[in-house]
Design a protein around this ligand. Structure first.
Ligand SMILES: [Fe+2]
Length: 238
């Protein structure tokens, strides 16, 4: 079974994550040392700033430059990288052209970042379209951040009734306000997978392991095994 980081900004120079190849390599090293077997690279995609083709070209370029550097520096033991995107919700996303090209490599999984405002029924309708009409499997990025938004509670509840995968950021498990509630969500199978959402080495570093240790301490090792099994199943790894 693999330890998978489902949310990372590890690719160099493409978004507000890693600024350069050296940082990316250090992020890979830190992750590997912390026991991460596989990282999904999920640079931000904003439809109002970029076109999908252009984004994919930039992502490929960033990925190739990183892989090249890993090879040149002879770094043998890094987590396996898979390409994906953190797709920011936008109006009409359910009908948008080519949105399926932003899925995680080799899967129908789309990491979706919901809007940072009180959601609406229309937003949920768009998510339903992505699921039922576009046949995408939706992963909701760091759900906990949207739970803090005033008036969002009923919409969070409705979203969680849909067949979506809920991703939580590892560091949130230690948050004094939300941590306990998030651990209970994992215990109740209302939250499913973890991501570091790492952006660099010093600020927002790869910290999946701290979150996993917290979870193990509070809820037992079985939860981790379940998370890993769930993640592997999502990626079709078994
Ligand atoms: Fe992110």
């Amino acid at each position: 079974m693999e330890v998978i980081d489902f949310h990372s900004h590890v690719l160099p120079g493409i978004d507000d994550g890693s600024r350069n190849i050296e940082t990316s390599i250090e992020m890979l090293r830190l992750s590997r040392n912390a026991g991460v077997d596989r990282m999904i690279a999920t640079p931000h995609f904003y439809a109002d700033e970029d076109r999908i083709e252009h984004f994919l070209e930039k992502r490929e370029h960033a990925y190739q430059s990183l892989i090249e550097a890993v090879r040149t520096e002879n770094i043998s033991d890094t987590p396996q990288l898979l390409l994906g995107a953190e797709v920011a919700f936008f109006d009409g996303i359910g009908d948008a052209d080519k949105v399926d090209r932003l899925t995680i490599q080799g899967t129908e999984l789309l990491l979706l970042e919901m809007p940072f405002r009180t959601w609406t029924d229309e937003d949920l309708l768009q998510v339903k379209k992505l699921i039922h009409e576009r046949q995408l499997r939706i992963i909701i990025a760091h759900l906990e951040r949207f739970m803090k938004i005033s008036g969002n509670k009923p919409y969070i509840k409705k979203l969680m009734e849909l067949p979506v995968t809920i991703q939580i950021n590892a560091e949130s498990l230690s948050d004094w306000k939300q941590g306990g509630m998030l651990i209970r969500m994992f215990q109740k199978r209302q939250a499913h997978i973890l991501g570091s959402d790492c952006h660099g080495v010093h600020h927002r570093p790869p910290n999946l392991m701290e979150g996993r240790q917290r979870l193990e301490k509070k809820a037992g090792a079985d939860i981790l095994a379940e998370i890993d099994a769930y993640g592997c199943q999502l990626l079709g790894l078994r």
